[in-house]
Design a protein around this ligand. Structure first.
Ligand SMILES: [Zn+2]
Length: 128
């Protein structure tokens, strides 16, 4: 663990602020009055069914992205007070403090993140 107490508190602030913002966004966009996550449909805005479907698909994708970011923030906040925070989940090395400051929800060190992305992305075709 290479983070100082100050750095940890800064990260906690960042995460909490981002969480508040994310919850507000989700509430505006997608949480219905009974508290369930629902995506507002664009039905009624146009008669073109294909356009409605395309617009709804964008909305669903964006809501899913927000919801998964919110989950990542919650996980980071839970980990913040444990010895696991700031430690790469793949190799167990300390994650660079500057990297955590820029992106408090990261789970891997730079090297492991690059390997992870390499393994989970299909390459966009060979380049000559
Ligand atoms: Zn690592």
């Amino acid at each position: 663990m290479s983070l100082t107490t100050d750095q940890r508190e800064t990260l906690r602030d960042k995460l909490q602020q981002r969480r508040i913002q994310m919850v507000a966004d989700l509430r505006d966009e997608s949480i219905s009055e009974d508290g369930t996550l629902a995506v507002r449909s664009h039905r009624g805005e146009t008669d073109d069914e294909a356009v409605v479907e395309a617009m709804d698909a964008v909305e669903i994708a964006s809501t899913a992205r927000d919801a998964s970011e919110l989950a990542a923030i919650d996980r980071a906040l839970q980990r913040l007070d444990t010895p696991d925070f700031g430690v790469c989940i793949d190799c167990g090395a300390d994650i660079e403090p500057a990297r955590l400051m820029a992106e408090p929800t990261v789970l891997r060190c730079t090297a492991c993140q690059q390997r992870f992305e390499h393994q989970h992305h299909t390459p966009g075709g060979a380049r000559l």
